[in-house]
Design a protein around this ligand. Structure first.
Ligand code: SF4
Length: 454
């Protein structure tokens, strides 16, 4: 964020708006005219960004981060923005995504004498930047070198002294967009930030693009994009807020369309369609519209409990579901219920939801899912790392229904999902549902590849 006035309160607000993207840690770093100062820690935005140290921050240029740990453990050392001092001045960096070749880069850097303070892949980006800035003071040249070195998913904001940059990997896995606020410009993961801060959305940062923002303008540098884009379909299915517009598609509209198509592909005779709140709500509305079955709220959601899917361990997730959801008896008792949710990954959450729906008196419980079966790990920034955890691996929908004690389970097809997105299949990452990866990953099949590379 680069503003004419103080950026600190706007950064805090912006992070609260995207709190759903990461609930483990938060932080901001601002440039005060001479140096970069920062405040970061474990917890939610409103818990971390408070108190004396936060209140002492001043600066019109700054970056912020909310953390969802996919690479590196969930601990205080791994909070972002990462801050270091380079030959060209203080540097702060915030990263969304996962770097596929992080381990080999880290080993190489360690053999060159670098020591690491964190276990994140993001720190290697900072170390490469620092090395490049020691060779030449040009930050764009350094970013280009970083981009040539990294493989995988990254949408990054970076401050070097009083300059602020954003860059997006050549595939465009993770979102990054540009907006204008009164008195300046801002880069964000989701466009909802611009609405809430009374600004306006300008455009998405293109895959492979580097931008520099100032309070008065934006400059862009292009680097070669990948031969095919690979926007993460899971952003629309689950991750992003429904009011966000990502790469030209509003999340809410995509989700209702998914529900429409799901109703056609996976019909069932039922009395009521109920969503799993909140991320299944738009899918369920679309399913009700497409099927003609009445829609009703079937679960009370405790809004003070975090998003359970992105909690770092299974016991937290299990406990979170029970604390978070409780059935509304009058909606489900004595009825044939269709529960609609965005996705099933591990199946443990849905098992608990089906069980609580039956306990509340439902006659039948059918489950409909707005994402094809998840069968392969994500290496690009969503915490689905090991095949063993996937409920759908080597199971038919009938077997999954048995696993989660439902009367039936139906998933949208890959073709149906692509149709709902309205983006060509060749420009999407669908690796976790079809096992075809947009980048080279040893032991996995690359998209368009005929045989497995080992
Ligand atoms: S593997 Fe799945 S979750 Fe990961 S980037 Fe691709 S579509 Fe998204």
């Amino acid at each position: 964020m680069a503003l004419e006035g103080d950026a600190v309160p706007h950064l805090k607000k912006a992070l609260r708006i995207i709190q759903h993207r990461g609930q483990e840690a938060a932080g901001i770093a601002v440039y005060n005219g001479k140096t970069i100062s920062y405040h970061r820690g474990m917890g939610l935005v409103h818990e971390v960004l408070a108190g004396r140290q936060y209140n002492s921050l001043v600066g019109n240029i700054g970056i912020g981060h909310v953390r969802y740990s996919t690479s590196g453990s969930s601990c205080a050392e791994n909070c972002q923005p990462i801050t270091v001092t380079t030959k060209e001045g203080d540097l702060a960096l915030a990263h969304n995504g996962d770097i596929v070749n992080a381990a080999s880069i880290r080993t190489k850097l360690q053999s060159e004498g670098w020591a690491f303070l964190t276990s994140t892949d993001s720190e290697i980006i900072v170390r490469i930047m620092a090395t490049e800035l020691s060779i030449s003071p040009d930050p764009i040249r350094a970013i280009k070198t970083v981009m040539k070195t990294l493989e995988g998913a990254y949408s990054i904001t970076m401050m070097l002294g009083g300059r602020i940059f954003g860059f997006r990997d050549p595939y465009g896995f993770r979102p990054l967009c540009l907006g204008k606020l009164p008195g300046g410009y801002v880069l964000a993961s989701e466009s909802s930030i611009f609405d809430v801060l009374r600004g306006e959305f300008i455009r998405d940062i293109l895959p492979g693009e580097i931008v520099e923002i100032t309070p008065t303008g934006v400059t862009s540098t292009r680097t070669p994009a990948a031969p095919h884009k690979a926007h993460c379909m899971f952003e629309w299915v689950y991750f992003a807020r429904p009011d966000a517009v990502i790469d030209g598609r509003e999340v809410y509209q995509v989700r209702t369309k998914i529900g429409n198509i799901l109703a056609k592909e996976q019909p069932v005779k039922a009395d009521v369609v109920v969503p799993v709140p909140d991320s299944g709500r738009a899918h369920a509305l679309g399913y009700a519209e497409g099927s003609g079955i009445p829609y009703a709220e079937g679960f009370m959601k405790n809004r003070y409990i975090e998003r359970t899917f992105i909690l770092p361990d299974q016991s937290q997730r299990d406990e979170g579901v029970l604390l978070k959801l409780n059935p509304i008896r009058s909606t489900v008792a004595g009825k044939r219920v269709v529960i609609v949710d965005d996705s099933i990954v591990r199946g443990t959450t849905m098992l608990k939801i089906v069980q609580m729906t039956r306990r509340a008196g439902a006659k039948e419980v059918h489950v409909r899912i707005g994402c094809p079966p998840v069968i392969a790990p994500c290496f690009y920034g969503v915490d689905m790392k090991t095949r063993e955890q996937f409920a759908a691996l080597n199971r038919t929908p009938q077997q999954i229904a048995e696993l989660i004690t439902a009367d039936s389970v139906g998933y949208i097809s890959q073709a149906g999902l692509v149709e709902a997105l309205g983006i060509p299949e060749s420009e999407l990452c669908l690796a976790c549902v079809n096992g075809e990866y947009p980048t080279r990953i040893v032991g996995e099949k690359m998209r368009f590849q005929k045989t497995l590379e080992v």
